[in-house]
Ligand binder design. Structure first.
Ligand SMILES: NC(=O)c1ccc[n+]([C@@H]2O[C@H](COP(=O)([O-])OP(=O)(O)OC[C@H]3O[C@@H](n4cnc5c(N)ncnc54)[C@H](O)[C@@H]3O)[C@@H](O)[C@H]2O)c1
Length: 511
């Protein structure tokens, strides 16, 4: 059992006994548990590898693969990190078992589930928080503080982005282990449309400005990256942008997606000032364009030493802190069930809008019983991909069970071949020779391992040529142009370019 060994942040001597349900992402929150009066006493996951790791870190804790037995144990609160589209019903199970809930994003998958969850929280009288962590980075907490002070005036427009390419996660768990059985793909990352994963971008702008979304629209975006199991735009391999009206009449462009340039850029325009967060934080103040945009250095409001030890720019610390504080001291956390609903609903409705060619939808306020009652039976949801559908039922398991681990290797090999070919073609134009040299160094170190990977991929795709499995294998093989990349003449050229970039980088660092 993980017990208190460090000084407590709270005055209260009360302890919170915590169970973690879902031991992938669920394992990210430990470091500061002890200082937040939290003792991790139980864990639950289907996956034996994850249970074993959990027990290693929490010797003496209870662990199970059975959620019912897990929830029967004696603890106060659940950190819920199960499959994304299952959160509502899983959270309701926890509440029915008398546990407070800190739920991973997003809160629910359909409008009807949202109504059920809100009512279960209200009925239970227990604490429900959404673990949306991106609002609680140093830059975003600073912006929220300054926004409250009026530095930026009224929000006019904002652009928030969570663009994160996660193709490999269709075939592995979050710890990089290939999905089991190997012929399957990931439970939801293999098919979920990115609109449904909208809170990391919308959440921060809601918390900074204190506004709630009121209307949403989204045009269909029909292109997707290669190598995703569902052959349609409806997958995490697509791009999903929506326009959202906020409660003060402002407009926000919320952009999620998986494409070739990850981005967490945030831009806000207020009537008095503007902000841009893109790694650093810059502000333009003065209610017009007479002065320059200047960089600022935000500081933590408090507890920075704890926040700095945690993931997602400190955000993981703050969601756990707010949750513990609400249980111990009764002070409401920023992401209660209603704010969670405000943030989750625009994703569901944006997906629906994109399916109806951009039709706008009002975002109901689930605080209002009459308003939410209209959605009690609204079960609209994206069709799910069958995670065991990549190969025919009759396929030879000995062959198809290598699929998830092969895809992991193939994605890496294909992207590295593609990058080497394309960067060498721009050898004369690169002005960051150090970065270019690193890309080619990795390719040159590993290229000898690639051929067998492509050969295995070809063989498996030929065994079941009409299957989805064959399609994604072929997509990655074609994308890689590996025959060109692995030609001895290209390897010689890549070595020359790498040596030249390395020399340039050394000269630059001397000057
Ligand atoms: N806030 C963030 O920054 C962040 C980062 C990563 C993931 N997440 C969220 O955390 C959640 C979990 O993500 P993950 O990356 O670990 O992926 P995941 O979906 O693979 O993990 C779910 C885990 O829960 C287990 N599980 C699911 N239902 C179960 C049940 N009924 N009984 C026992 N075990 C069960 C699975 O075996 C799996 O290990 C997702 O909803 C994701 O959106 C949030």
């Amino acid at each position: 059992m993980a017990t208190n060994s460090k000084k407590s942040i709270f005055k209260s001597k009360k302890r919170i006994k915590l169970g973690i349900w879902g031991l992938g992402r669920g394992m990210s929150f430990y470091k500061t548990c002890a200082s937040l009066n939290i003792d991790v006493v139980a864990g639950c996951d289907y996956n034996p590898v994850m249970r074993e790791r959990f027990l290693k870190e929490n010797p003496g804790a209870y662990v199970s693969d059975n959620d019912k037995e897990f929830l029967e144990q004696d603890f106060d609160a659940v950190l819920l990190a199960t499959y994304c589209p299952a959160h509502a019903d899983d959270a309701i199970q926890c509440l029915n078992a008398g546990k407070h809930v800190l739920s991973e994003v997003t809160s629910f998958h359909t409008m009807a589930e949202g109504v059920r969850l809100v009512e279960a929280v209200e009925k239970s009288g227990l604490v429900y928080n959404l673990a949306e962590n991106y609002p609680f980075t140093k830059a975003n907490m600073y912006l929220a503080d300054k926004w409250k002070q009026g530095l930026f005036g009224e929000l006019m427009y904002a652009e928030y982005e969570y663009v994160h390419e996660c193709r490999t996660l269709c075939y592995t768990y979050i710890d990089g282990e290939p999905v089991i059985p190997g012929s399957n793909v990931h439970n939801w990352r293999s098919w979920l449309n990115y609109h449904y994963y909208n809170t990391h971008s919308l959440g921060p702008m809601m918390i900074i400005t204190g506004l709630r979304p009121t209307r949403v629209t989204s045009l269909p975006a029909e292109q997707k990256l290669e190598g995703y199991p569902t052959n349609s735009q409806s997958a995490l391999g697509g791009i999903a942008s929506s326009l959202i009206n906020m409660s003060n009449g402002a407009v926000v462009r919320n952009l999620m997606g998986s494409t070739t340039n990850d981005s967490h850029t945030q831009r806000l325009w207020g009537t008095r000032g503007a902000a841009k967060a893109d790694g650093g934080l810059s502000l333009r103040l003065g209610a017009g364009n007479k002065t320059k945009m200047l960089k600022v250095q935000p500081q933590w409001p408090a507890w920075g030493n704890f926040a700095d030890t945690m993931g997602h720019g400190g955000g993981d610390f703050w969601v756990l802190y707010y949750f513990a504080r609400q249980i111990l001291e009764g002070e409401p956390a920023p992401f209660d069930i209603y704010t969670a609903a405000d943030c989750t609903i625009p994703g569901i409705l944006a997906y629906r809008s994109s399916c109806e060619n951009g039709k706008p939808f009002d975002v109901p306020n689930f605080r209002n019983k009459k308003e939410r009652n209209k959605y009690k039976k609204d079960n609209f949801a994206q069709a799910r991909y069958k995670i065991d559908a990549c190969f025919p039922k009759s396929a030879d398991k000995k062959k198809t069970d290598q699929f998830s681990s092969l895809m992991k290797e193939l994605i890496d090999a294909s992207e590295r071949c593609r990058a080497a070919l394309d960067w060498v073609s721009l050898a004369e134009d690169v002005t960051e020779p150090d970065g270019g040299s690193e890309i080619l160094k990795r390719f040159l170190k590993d290229h000898k391992n690639y051929k067998p990977i492509f050969n295995r991929a070809k063989k498996l795709s030929q065994a079941y040529p009409k299957s989805d499995g064959a399609r994604v294998l072929k997509e990655m093989i074609n994308m890689s142009d590996y025959k060109l990349a692995l030609k001895p003449s290209f390897i010689t050229k890549a070595k020359k370019v790498q040596a030249s970039w390395q020399r340039q980088a050394r000269n630059l660092s001397k000057n």
